[in-house]
Design a protein around this ligand. Structure first.
Ligand SMILES: Cc1cc2nc3c(=O)[nH]c(=O)nc-3n(C[C@H](O)[C@H](O)[C@H](O)COP(=O)(O)O)c2cc1C
Length: 339
């Protein structure tokens, strides 16, 4: 099973949660970029499981091995193939959901599409584990963008309905976990230094490109740019961002447009928020069905799960955004510095 994104920078993610490995093939990445191994490891550890009592107990080091496209730490221009071994697998945890789909997870829809022979242990290719290879590709994209003065930074802004303070958000996760339940939340991502004039109308719009990449992250159920859904409740006079000249440059005096007008970047910081639903696998008993007998049954999900995916998903949002932006820049033939 594999899934691909991008026009010029073609990123493919492959593997499954409890298969021997997951990985990414990155085609179209410029030659001559030196991978910063420390920055890559640091980025991967922000997503890696087992680091925090509020995340899944599965332990993975998430260090990729580059099988091609990188010589002595420098990209060659060929296809970059990176593999991450799955070390802490326990497929038997999922024996009881083989025929009993977890509400909210991909089990039922995948069964309809692929039949009953498919390895859905740990969510198979629909697992949050797939964001590990996504983060490898994203880390390279972020590194190359930073050489060109573009930074991508995401943070959690709301969890379980609580906004602002990270400790208060973590308390919501702990409460949900104690109840055998889960919570969702919102991640905000800001891109600084994005040049004006990237993107295009209709299907070529930057909102669409970024959204398409961000929706690859499991559990994302919504995305909004700038004022987003709040703009639907504003008047034009309130929502419009006035133009002004500052130091000989055209700027907007506020940024409700989120850095994109008509699908094209305006030069203002690009800002979007992604909504994550609560983790489907919860300890509480739930109603489901046995697909082999077509009977209603009660399900208690086993395995190791995140009571909230939001904190671990933050680097995945940065990764998806960086991949989409880099692809757009490369497609438009913008010259990108690798050093
Ligand atoms: C970093 C990350 C970790 C996740 N961990 C879990 C988990 O432990 N248990 C679970 O049921 N879902 C987890 N998910 C979410 C599911 O993979 C996702 O809800 C499921 O595949 C269904 O897809 P959908 O929610 O996009 O419809 C995680 C998602 C991410 C991004």
């Amino acid at each position: 099973m594999k899934s691909s994104f991008g026009q010029t920078l073609r990123v493919t993610v492959w593997g499954q949660s409890h298969a021997p490995s997951v990985g990414t093939d990155i085609d179209g990445f410029p030659a001559g970029y030196r991978i910063d191994a420390d920055a890559l490891a640091e980025f991967m550890s922000r997503r890696a499981p087992g680091k925090d009592p509020l995340s899944t107990a599965r332990r993975e080091d998430d260090i990729p091995e580059f099988l091609s496209g990188v010589e002595n730490g420098v990209t060659t221009g060929g296809v970059i193939k990176a593999e991450i071994k799955n070390r802490d697998i326990r497929p038997s945890d999922y024996d009881n959901v083989k025929n009993v789909p977890r509400p909210g997870h991909a089990d039922y829809a995948a069964r309809v599409k692929y039949g009953d022979g498919y390895d859905m242990a740990g969510g198979g290719p629909f697992s949050g584990r797939m964001t590990a290879p996504l983060c490898v590709a994203g880390a390279l994209a972020i590194g190359l963008l930073s050489k060109n003065g573009i930074s991508v930074h995401a943070k959690p802004v709301e969890i379980g309905g609580v906004a602002g303070d990270v400790d208060a958000m973590k308390e919501e996760i702990a409460k949900a976990k104690a109840d055998g339940d889960s919570v969702g939340g919102v991640v905000e991502c800001t891109v600084e230094g994005m040049p004006a004039g990237v993107g295009g109308p209709l299907f070529g719009g930057m909102e669409g490109l970024i959204s398409s990449a961000v929706f690859a992250i499991p559990a994302v159920k919504g995305i909004e740019f700038g004022a987003g859904f709040a703009a639907a409740r504003m008047r034009g006079s309130e929502n419009n961002d006035p133009f002004a000249v500052e130091n000989g440059m055209v700027v907007t005096t506020k940024n409700d447009h989120g850095g994109i007008l008509g699908g094209i970047t305006s030069g203002a910081p690009l800002v979007f928020r992604a909504a994550f639903k609560p983790t489907p696998s919860i300890a509480k008993e739930q109603d489901s069905v046995d697909l082999s007998t077509l009977e209603n049954v009660k399900l208690t999900v086993k395995g190791r799960h995140d009571p909230c995916v939001v904190l671990r998903a933050v680097p995945a949002v940065e990764a998806a955004c960086a991949i989409a932006i880099l692809d757009a820049l490369l497609t438009e033939g913008r010259i990108l510095k690798t050093e």
